[in-house]
Write a protein that binds this ligand. Structure first.
Ligand code: GAL
Length: 433
């Protein structure tokens, strides 16, 4: 006979949980990785920050600069502390930190959940609190946390949530001990559905491997976002990865985004409420790329203080709705904002296309009303829309429009419905309603 033994363990409530009030809105800033990889130092960082300030990007909200991988020596010191690489940071990271503070920017940390970072520098496994202390002493309060060289299963005995929870617990403990909070950004590349659990322990989570400066890479991320947009709201954001705007001709093979593609990239990342981290050498970026990064109307919606939700697709376009296709993400999107109803129309095809939609295809639009239309790229009012909007979009181009109710439709429109099955035409032989 089989006997089942139940062992009752007392349930010990988690001592610490992450509830530190930071990260309501997507983070805005700069990250060294896309532009420089490991090849950066204090003067390169200072030049980026100075340029950010000169160009008005700090004022636009880009106020955090992540020192991504490779800022430390490969070995910790005798007390187990990470040491800033003295060749890259001859005056130390603290000095750089106060320099960038004078320009309105705060340095931010990159770390790793395993024994080493992805490029082989010290990882924080088992040293979470100690490293938080180090980053804090460098003037940092934001942490991007990567997923390389994680210990074997018999050591962690955890799933991805549990592995990343270690740092979240340490952040909570650090806050309890010192009153200093950290904004926690997960980078486990979407391996184990962080859309489901990321918000429990962190303020943002990557859903993809590394972005690249080619349209195919952007389309693949937007395709995933066509299914994952629902996970973003205040205090928790899908991180679509650092921006590639400005990286034409950079990287291996070299980036080749067109102006239209860069605009689509920025529009999607901003309206899907992704963190926006500039990833190009700003001292060499073109005026066009800089204007894209500084699009005040899109940043305003990304940073909407009263509406946290992302846009969502209402029609896929090229494909049948809900088709997962890395080349053709959803093309017709809309959402609510404090400033009106926003639409993003994306041409995922390689040729110019005529794009059009019925306004009431979007859940956010009221039937029987007309709407004023503001263009979020030309920054001007472009007219009144009744029933539908049509446009021509270049290959991989985008339109971003803000619609506001402008009263009932003109009378000549009152005979039918946007969708015939949603209402009845009044039958004249019946008595008036
Ligand atoms: C990757 C991460 C990149 C960058 C890189 C540094 O894992 O996705 O964004 O941080 O590591 O080595």
């Amino acid at each position: 006979m089989h006997r089942i033994f139940w062992t009752i363990f007392p349930i010990i409530p988690g001592v610490f949980s992450l509830n530190n009030g930071v990260g309501k809105l997507p983070a805005l800033g700069y990250d060294t990785f896309n532009a420089f990889g490991c090849d950066y130092n204090a003067s390169i960082v200072a030049a980026q920050v100075e340029t950010m300030q000169e160009l008005g990007l700090v004022k636009a909200g880009y106020n955090t600069l992540i020192l991504d991988d490779c800022y430390a020596l490969k070995e910790r010191n005798a007390t187990g502390h990470m040491v800033a690489d003295p060749d890259k940071f001859p005056h130390g990271i603290e000095a750089l930190s106060s320099h960038v503070n004078h320009h309105g920017v705060q340095l931010a940390a990159y770390g790793d959940n395993g024994y080493q970072t992805c490029a082989g520098y010290p990882g924080s496994y088992g040293r979470e609190l100690q490293d938080l202390q180090t980053w804090h002493s460098w003037g940092m309060s934001y942490l991007k946390y990567d997923n390389c060289y994680i210990p074997a299963d018999n050591i962690t005995q955890e799933n991805m949530l549990g592995r990343f929870q270690r740092m979240s617990d340490a952040i909570a403990e650090f806050a309890q001990n010192t009153n200093n909070t950290f904004h926690y950004s997960l980078c486990e590349w979407g391996w184990q559905q962080p859309v489901i659990w990321g918000h429990r322990i962190a303020q943002s989570w990557r859903n993809n491997g590394d972005i690249k400066p080619y349209w195919s890479a952007l389309a693949a991320i937007m395709n995933e976002a066509s299914f994952l947009w629902w996970a973003s709201d205040f205090y928790g954001h899908n991180d679509m990865d650092m921006l590639e705007v400005g990286n034409n001709g950079i990287g291996t093979p070299p980036g080749n985004l067109t102006y239209e593609e860069e605009k689509s990239h920025f529009t999607a990342w901003a309206l899907l409420k992704s963190p926006l981290f500039i990833g190009t050498d700003l001292t060499k970026a073109s005026k066009q790329s800089l204007d894209i990064l500084g699009n005040r109307d899109l940043i305003k919606i990304n940073q909407d203080p009263d509406v946290g939700e992302s846009i969502s697709p209402f029609r896929w376009g090229v494909n049948a709705d809900y088709t997962f296709n890395a080349t053709h993400p959803a093309e017709y999107w809309s959402g609510n904002t404090s400033y009106g109803i926003v639409f993003m129309i994306l041409n995922s095809q390689d040729t110019t296309q005529e794009m059009s939609f019925n306004l009431t295809e979007s859940w956010a639009i009221r039937a029987g009303r007309q709407y004023s239309v503001y263009d979020l790229w030309s920054h001007e009012d472009v007219g009144i829309a009744v029933r539908n909007i049509s446009m021509e979009l270049p290959a991989h181009g985008v339109s971003a429009l803000l619609l506001n109710d402008a009263g009932p439709e003109p009378e000549e429109y009152d005979a039918s419905c946007g969708f015939f099955y949603q209402c009845s035409v009044r039958l004249t032989h019946l008595s008036p309603i």
